[in-house]
Design a protein around this ligand. Structure first.
Ligand SMILES: [Zn+2]
Length: 287
């Protein structure tokens, strides 16, 4: 049974679609079709929201490892994480059955549901979302055990993230808002059907399994020597095959992909600027 559901926006303070959705639902606009669910809405990082920035001192969505939650807090967000963990978790012994953390990205990832393990619940959830929202992407980040992730959504008994783009930081786009709303409602409708035993036939679906991060080419001073090639820009989840361009350097030369066929995503994500992450790879799987 999924009874208590936490819907979280503003884990990153400049990701406006989740913030706006939660604000609207806090005002009482929650659809009343989810009778078996106790839905609570939270704005995670109010100071970052007020300042329209991702975070004040540290990335809140990297603070929820057991290690960080037990350590002496070194940043404003590390302190905030403990407060949120008390409300939503505590991690490992959670009161909340499902934490849904709503994000958006500057990458052209459409409506992407991020799941952290391919267990029975998450497979059914992925299949259900894909069935009612065929344009959705399912991204599986199971490169480590769920509890080892430091994501906010790992405070719940179960947790998923909704990641929608492309949307610039601090900007609210109507199409991105609608996709966010549709996917949120799909996740809640799944929980309701799961509780009622009314999931019906759920055919296998395509999903992407996270691979590695690919960095921008850097010079000896750590400065970028190239930008994302226009062929790759906005081509999130489109197969990238050997020989296709991924970067164009500032002398006009193309850098070609020489790896196996992959499904790039988080292409040119603004939030990964400091890390110099150009994109992440993924393999195509079936769930
Ligand atoms: Zn985010």
């Amino acid at each position: 049974m999924i009874q208590s559901v936490a819907l979280v926006g503003g884990t990153h303070g400049n990701e406006t679609s989740g913030i706006q959705l939660v604000r609207n639902w806090l005002k009482g606009d929650i659809p009343d079709t989810y009778g078996s669910l106790d839905i609570r809405c939270y704005l995670a990082n109010q100071a970052a929201i007020d300042a329209n920035i991702r975070f004040v001192e540290a990335d809140l969505n990297r603070q929820f490892s057991f290690e960080n939650l037990m350590a002496d807090s070194t940043s404003r967000e590390a302190v905030l994480a403990k407060t949120l963990n008390d409300k939503l978790g505590p991690k490992g012994n959670a009161l909340t059955d499902l934490v849904v953390d709503i994000h958006n990205t500057t990458s052209n990832m459409g409506a992407t549901l991020i799941i952290l393990e391919a267990d029975d619940f998450n497979i059914k959830l992925a299949r259900y979302v894909k069935k009612v929202m065929p344009e959705a992407n399912i991204l599986l980040e199971d490169e480590k055990p769920v509890a080892d992730h430091a994501y906010l959504c790992t405070t719940g008994k179960r947790g998923v993230m909704i990641e929608v783009g492309a949307q610039p930081q601090g900007v609210l786009r109507e199409d991105v808002y609608q996709l966010t709303l549709t996917m949120t409602e799909a996740v809640l409708a799944f929980c309701e059907a799961y509780n009622q035993g009314e999931l019906g036939e759920l055919p296998e679906c395509e999903a992407f399994r996270l691979g590695d991060n690919v960095s921008f080419p850097l010079d000896e001073n750590g400065e970028r020597t190239a930008m994302i090639h226009h062929h790759l820009q906005d081509a999130d989840f489109v197969p990238l095959v050997a020989g296709q361009p991924v970067f164009r350097d500032f002398k006009g030369n193309d850098v070609l992909w020489d790896g196996d066929t992959t499904y790039p995503h988080f292409i040119n994500e603004a939030a990964y600027h400091k890390l110099h992450v150009a994109f992440a790879t993924a393999s195509l799987i079936r769930l």
